[in-house]
Write a protein that binds this ligand. Structure first.
Ligand code: FEO
Ligand code: CA
Ligand code: CA
Ligand code: CA
Length: 600
């Protein structure tokens, strides 16, 4: 077991060993419970879940599939609003005898209803870390692939967003592939539309010069899609509705406190495969939102608002906060000679992968800084705009979030096995490993610790992998005393400022998990595995408080050859049951304040 001596606030538990069990494994002394699973009812009268008799209308009243982002907003004493993304669906695990070549309308309608978002009121237990959904609570909501969303910002009404069903270019049906997100300091929820490209067929039908370049740049299928939704609704067919795809790939802002509110797609934050959107307030009171574009060789972005945040104003008091300001993309510059970045991951002579960086402006609400592109074009085709200004091609920027204790920013780069391969970009100091299988974590410091700064310093905190592999780095900590970690995805922080990292796609032979890392003092860099998740699952949405550790277990049973009839996982219900994505709560038993005490 890993050892720790002395004070290690928030991390007073013994890390678990990497696991391959079909279970959530926690440190000794912790209990766990399921908060809610795919198909559990949210509304009074919602039907009980029956996977053999599922329909779209039933699914619209139940918790969706593949929970990813997870956050909690306080509502009243002991009641919180749990905000959850439902990123995508695994049809082969959802439907008996699923025929991928010929999905039925009913299956597609279930998939539409199982995508999207849930807001669920949950009640805490004073004596432990359990959380129970309050079925029928007036704040419970489901948003799906067919719910109504408003559009705001400079691209609202743009010709590029107009369709036959919405000539105004201002009302979109649905949100898709919502991956991670963030809660804002003004009390709203940002959710990130990520791999929206996969839902739209016949990209070859888009022939205007910019539009067709964007089809390629965003990876939109030239012919039919895997899900074949285009057979059931023309808006998923670009030959019929060439602009519908432009209405996805945005950051969406939601007001969970107003159950009648319409969420808004905020176009000034750009359109790409947003992994997340995490907001902080700068020194002058303005909002700053960070967001990574999760693709190999894509970029990190941030938005700085023009107006000041109305801190107690909620959604209505900040109705246009994110509609004026500046969108930037990041360039990272290393301080070591290029020859010392040899692609193996071994440290340069200054013993740090580090350097400085620049935030390059792309546009404001009224001015484009990209020659030849209008503001609307910069926002709808943000990748094409960014390509022209020389940002750094990163190893898949996933979650990026500001540490509330030390105010540094932590970005997970999940992996990039194509780095340095034929025809692809080679290494740089911020992405220093060829064929980067295990990913890394960058720590950034905005100049003057001001989130609105246009320059920053950075260093790599972790080069992930097996600590026995010389091409790994754990913040300088003794690698004999760390947990192996691979493919970092989501990040969060506990109240002590420790970094918590969840993983997606562990390449070390064990299951994904959740890991904690101290960032200061003698234990800086000591990665400690807190939990592991069931077969085929990824760990998402970590949320760590004094009382509890919560995760979303996404896509349990998602392995090659796993099917509804013969799934690779039976979590969480056991026996021969179907795997069900679910939210998990964990707490230190006998304590209402979970992982807080000092380690020895
Ligand atoms: Fe949906 Fe980038 O993970
Ligand atoms: Ca260096
Ligand atoms: Ca993710
Ligand atoms: Ca991921």
């Amino acid at each position: 077991a890993l050892t720790t001596r002395g004070r290690l606030r928030g991390l007073g538990w013994t890390p678990i060993a990497p696991a391959t069990t079909d279970a959530v494994e926690t440190p000794d002394g912790f209990d766990q419970d399921i908060v809610i699973r795919w198909g559990d009812p949210l509304f009074a009268g919602a039907p009980a879940f029956d996977p053999h008799a599922q329909t779209g209308p039933k699914q619209e009243t139940q918790f969706g599939y593949n929970n990813d982002y997870l956050g909690f907003l306080p509502l009243s004493k002991n009641v919180e609003l749990m905000c959850v993304n439902h990123e995508y669906t695994d049809e082969v695990l959802m439907f008996a005898g699923y025929d991928a070549a010929n999905p039925t309308r009913e299956q597609v309608e279930v998939a539409w209803a199982a995508h999207g978002l849930s807001v669920v009121a949950v009640k805490g237990n004073q004596g432990n870390g359990k959380l129970k959904p309050i079925v029928g609570h007036g704040h419970n909501r489901r948003f799906t692939a067919t719910s109504e969303f408003a559009v705001s910002g400079p691209a609202r009404g743009s010709q590029l967003l107009q369709t036959s069903a919405d000539p105004s270019g201002s009302v979109v049906r649905g949100t898709l592939n919502n991956c991670s997100g963030g809660l804002t300091p003004w009390g709203t929820w940002l959710t990130a539309e990520e791999n929206f490209n996969q839902y739209f067929a016949n990209g070859a039908a888009v022939t205007d010069p910019l539009g067709s370049r964007a089809i390629r740049r965003y990876g939109i299928p030239t012919g039919e899609t895997e899900r074949k939704w285009e057979r059931f609704d023309d808006r998923f067919d670009l030959a019929e509705e060439p602009n519908e795809v432009n209405r996805f790939g945005w950051i969406v802002e939601i007001d969970p406190y107003d159950p009648t509110s319409t969420p808004v797609k905020r176009t000034l934050l750009g359109r790409f495969k947003h992994e997340a959107g995490t907001a902080v307030i700068d020194r002058r009171g303005r909002a700053v939102v960070y967001s990574g574009d999760d693709e190999r060789f894509d970029y990190l972005y941030k938005f700085v608002s023009r107006k000041k945040v109305n801190r107690s104003g909620g959604f209505r008091g900040n109705a246009d906060l994110l509609d004026s300001g500046t969108l930037y993309v990041a360039r990272f510059t290393g301080d070591s000679p290029a020859a010392e970045i040899d692609g193996t991951g071994s440290l340069p002579s200054d013993r740090q992968f580090d350097g400085v960086g620049q935030w390059i402006p792309l546009c404001t609400e009224s001015e484009s800084f990209v020659p030849g592109m209008s503001v609307e074009e910069v926002l709808v085709y943000t990748r094409l705009a960014a390509d022209t200004v020389g940002p750094t091609k990163m190893d898949r920027p996933e979650d990026v979030e500001t540490n509330p204790v030390n105010h540094k920013i932590y970005m997970a780069l999940t992996n990039n096995t194509q780095r340095g391969t034929a025809g692809k970009a080679g290494v740089d100091e911020a992405n220093p490993r060829n064929a980067n299988k295990h990913g890394h974590v960058i720590e950034m410091t905005e100049t003057g610790n001001d989130p609105a700064a246009t320059t920053f310093a950075w260093n790599i905190l972790l080069v992930c992998g097996d600590p026995a592999d010389p091409a790994t780095y754990f913040g300088g900590f003794d690698k004999a005393q760390v947990s192996p970690i691979s493919c970092p995805d989501n990040v969060t922080f506990d109240e002590h400022g420790n970094l918590w990292i969840s993983t997606d796609g562990n390449q070390l032979g064990a299951h994904d998990g959740l890991y904690a890392v101290p960032l200061t003092g003698r234990y800086r860099g000591q990665v400690r595995q807190f939990c592991s998740v069931p077969t085929g699952a990824e760990t998402c949405g970590p949320w760590v408080t004094e009382r509890r550790v919560n995760i979303c277990v996404q896509h349990p049973g998602e392995t090659n050859d796993s099917t509804f009839e013969n799934p690779a996982s039976h979590w969480p219900d056991g026996g021969g049951s179907l795997p069900r994505p679910a939210v998990v709560t964990m707490w230190q038993n006998g304590r209402s304040g979970a992982p807080k005490h000092r380690g020895e």
